[in-house]
Design a protein around this ligand. Structure first.
Ligand SMILES: [Zn+2]
Length: 363
């Protein structure tokens, strides 16, 4: 049976108020009134309602105005709704339990055996999760992910792995599975510095190079962009994907994070051979990026994982080869930078994916 229109509206406003507090942090009733475009009495009724359901609390907070009178702030109660975010990498499984408002409540990590398959990684996730009272569970996995299936992951060595089913079998809960680069892009947009960029590209360097995209403020549907398999040197090095001259194959030196650190450090110290490797790799990265920028027209590109080190060591080479591969009009508004959240981006973004669903369901 359809809900009456007033009940529908009340639920929608309640969800909007909670979303505002979750994303923007503690605010006064006056600030909420302005942000949501609702009148004061409506905000008052919603605040009472959400306070009774245990989602928010009102505290005496910061001073405002010339008189310095402390104002009452409305804020989320972190424990009221929680999301468990899991990140699966080649050598570890990490878990973060995040509360409403983005508060980190707990975290844990266990090593993953090299070559572990989906069920093994899911068992570790189940062990970390134990009896955590999370309302939503979201996993971030490096590679090409679609509808819970990891179609291809260079880093994990998985092909067509139905990881959502693995997780559901191991934990008895329902899961969302996101690709790591897209999760990191969501994290940067919601909790990093990128909230003003509606079109954002997050490049992730792990074992393999992928890119996640936000378009018009929404994560690109489906999966990440396989940037590592953009051909930058036709007829060049044979790639593990079967093609020749892919970015990943041509940047072979950068397969392991230890190699990257050693090479970029040596380049900083003035080692000529290392500088050449870094310069060449930066140039190849810029060329591959050029194709994606032309197709996707982002406002901002973030270099995550080991691409961060490479970008910081070869920004001039990245920019000059990007300039050769894109139109000036697309470059003019493009910002290149490193992620504000560092390596926490994927976990934070996975948690935000869960909160978006949770708060959305309250409507
Ligand atoms: Zn390839």
């Amino acid at each position: 049976m359809a809900r009456p229109a007033t009940e529908e509206l009340r639920r929608r406003n309640r969800s909007a108020l909670l979303d505002q507090l979750h994303r923007r942090g503690p605010q006064t009733r006056a600030e909420l009134t302005e942000a949501l475009g609702l009148n004061r009495s409506t905000i008052g009724a919603l605040a009472t309602d959400l306070s009774e359901s245990g989602h928010i609390q009102e505290t005496t907070g910061r001073s405002t105005g010339a008189a310095g009178r402390p104002s009452t702030l409305v804020e989320c109660v972190p424990e009221a709704e929680t999301v468990a975010a899991v990140e699966v990498r080649a050598d570890r499984v990490r878990l973060a339990l995040v509360g409403l408002g983005g508060t980190l409540l707990a975290r844990a990590e266990v090593p993953l055996e090299p070559g572990a398959d989906g069920p093994e990684a899911a068992e570790l996730a189940a062990r970390l999760l134990a009896d955590t009272p999370a309302a939503e569970t979201v996993a971030a996995v490096p590679g090409l992910v679609d509808a819970g299936v990891v179609a291809q992951s260079t880093e994990l060595g998985w092909v067509d792995r139905d990881f959502r089913t693995d997780l559901e079998r191991a934990t008895g809960r329902s899961w969302r599975v996101a690709d790591l680069a897209t999760a990191a892009a969501v994290g940067e947009r919601s909790r990093g510095d990128a909230h003003r960029s509606p079109n954002l590209l997050y490049l992730h360097g792990g074992r393999g190079v992928t890119a996640g995209m936000i378009a018009d403020g929404r994560p690109r549907r489906g999966s990440s962009i396989m940037l590592g398999h953009v051909v930058v040197n036709p007829g060049g090095q044979k790639c593990r994907c079967g093609l020749h001259g892919c970015l990943e194959a041509e940047m072979g030196t950068f397969e392991q994070s230890a190699t990257i650190e050693a090479t970029t450090t040596a380049a900083w110290m003035g080692d000529t051979a290392a500088r050449e490797v870094v310069h060449r790799s930066g140039g190849l990265l810029g060329r591959a990026l050029g194709s994606v920028v032309t197709a996707a027209t982002p406002d901002e590109v973030l270099f995550g994982g080991w691409l961060r080190e490479l970008y910081l060591s070869s920004a001039a080479a990245v920019r000059s080869s990007l300039a050769e591969a894109t139109l000036p009009q697309l470059r003019a508004r493009l910002r290149l930078r490193t992620p504000a959240l560092g390596s926490e981006g994927p976990l934070i973004g996975a948690a935000e994916t869960g909160f978006e669903a949770l708060i959305g369901e309250m409507r």
